[in-house]
Design a protein around this ligand. Structure first.
Ligand code: ATP
Ligand code: MG
Length: 415
């Protein structure tokens, strides 16, 4: 009963009134049956993409993968009488024509698609739990693939022969790891052995696609289950080979402390568990950054967490001047949870969290002196300026110097 759900029902009603079959399909039916809030609601219909565009009008639709028969239907515009003629800002709902896929020759995408029946459309989907339809008019689930049985027993099983299905599309193997992680399923035996048999061919999937699935695994509270499955299936050899030798109990404890991992905190925690020295962790990160195409911001935050975590953990008795630069790091909100996850003795982390709450003028006070101040006093700039200013900053933070005058007289004593 979310806005997106209501919008999908509205679209289905319109298609039905135009004489077509239209149902909710795939992930949203699965999630609703599991009592979860669906991420998005996809509609499947026997109307061709052209008919869908006719029913809703060209201006209310966008042709997504037109060749795959998917049309995006935009939400209706808001009341224009209120003077507000923007639309709801909602994302378009995907309306896909029932299809029966042709051959797969590249290991990722079907060579051509043909439109087909609801039953054929269910059969071309990846896992039984993803092959369900819901007909909101009849209030009835259409289950052509025995998906309800697997949903009840929480099993992940391919639709049809597992070997053939992973042969067609290698990405499905990683989707399996993702669904197991996020839905807490177990992998049915023949599906599992087919993944093991085909694991090497995951290398045919682009690094970005792998990265996208791995993001969803890492950011889930159950991430360790997924990482473990990655190794059990052999998928890790291409995806993340170093994972093989990770200390699982330690990783589990640490993820438990993270509770809700972000991609950055999850990655940093895993890398710091994997490698004893941060040099190796950073090296590993570099490889993954390139292959999974991490953003600059992600890479920067994970790097900060790898570098600064040991310092936070050991900061209990540190001088404020050595802790302060860490606490004003732009990625400190990533660093602190990672330090919390890794710390056996959390007194350093507790201090860091406490000090971080200082008000801005005490957390990052205005410098007592700048280079310009020194020049104004008639001093000649040079490398010693930087030296002095660093020392003055340290003494300011550690409460040894309090005013500009004190700082200036300290400088004079140096000359
Ligand atoms: P979520 O949206 O929560 O990530 P989802 O199951 O909706 O999960 P999508 O990637 O949005 O996943 O795909 C929608 C549906 O399309 C799936 O439920 C499945 O039926 C089908 N599907 C997606 N990817 C594949 C694939 N690689 N092979 C076969 N069917 C697929
Ligand atoms: Mg989806």
């Amino acid at each position: 009963e979310t806005p997106a759900g209501r919008e999908a029902i509205r679209i289905i009603d319109r298609l039905r009134h135009a004489g077509f079959i239209a149902v909710l399909a795939g992930g949203c039916v699965r999630d609703a049956l599991l009592g979860r809030t669906p991420k998005d609601f996809d509609v499947a219909t026997d109307a061709t993409p052209d008919s869908v565009q006719q029913v809703f009008g060209r201006r209310q639709t966008v042709a997504f993968g037109a060749s795959f028969g998917v049309i995006g239907v935009l939400p209706p515009k808001r009341d224009t009488r209120s003077g507000d003629n923007h639309d709801t800002g909602g994302a378009p709902t995907e309306v896909a024509t029932f299809r029966a896929d042709g051959n797969y020759s590249d290991g990722r995408r079907p060579d051509h698609v043909t439109y087909g029946t609801a039953e054929a459309d269910a059969a071309r989907r990846d896992f039984t739990i993803n092959g369900l339809f819901y007909d909101p008019a009849a209030k009835e689930i259409l289950d052509y693939v025995d998906g309800i049985t697997d949903l009840k027993s929480m099993h992940l099983r391919t639709i049809g022969n597992a070997h053939r299905r992973f042969d067609e599309d290698k990405l499905r193997m990683l989707r399996a790891v993702r669904f197991v992680t996020t839905l807490g399923l177990s992998v049915e035996a023949s599906t599992m052995s087919a993944i093991v048999a085909h694991a090497d061919s995951i290398s045919l999937v682009s690094g970005e696609r792998i990265g996208a699935e791995m993001r969803r695994v890492i950011t889930h509270p159950n991430a360790v289950r997924g990482l473990r499955l990655l190794v059990e299936t052999g998928l890790h050899s291409h995806v993340w080979p170093q994972l093989e030798k990770i200390a699982w109990p330690e990783l589990r404890t640490r993820f438990k402390r993270l509770t809700n991992p972000s991609f950055e905190t999850g990655m940093a925690t895993t890398l710091l568990t994997l490698h004893r020295c941060s040099k190796d962790a950073l090296q590993n990160l570099k490889g993954l950054t390139k292959r999974w195409k991490l953003s600059t911001a992600e890479q920067r935050a994970i790097t900060a967490a790898i570098r600064l975590t040991p310092q936070i953990i050991d900061c209990r008795d540190a001088a404020w001047s050595s802790l302060q630069p860490i606490l004003i790091d732009r990625d400190i909100d990533v660093v602190l949870p990672v330090a919390g996850a890794l710390a056996e003795d959390d007194s350093g982390v507790r201090r860091a969290i406490m000090e971080r709450q200082r008000d801005p003028s005490s957390l990052d006070p205005h410098p007592l002196l700048t280079g310009d101040d020194l020049i104004a006093e008639g001093m000649t700039p040079g490398p010693h300026f930087r030296d002095w200013l660093t020392q003055i900053r340290r003494m300011q933070l550690d409460d040894e110097l309090h005013t500009q005058d004190e700082a200036m007289s300290w400088v004079r004593r140096q000359t």
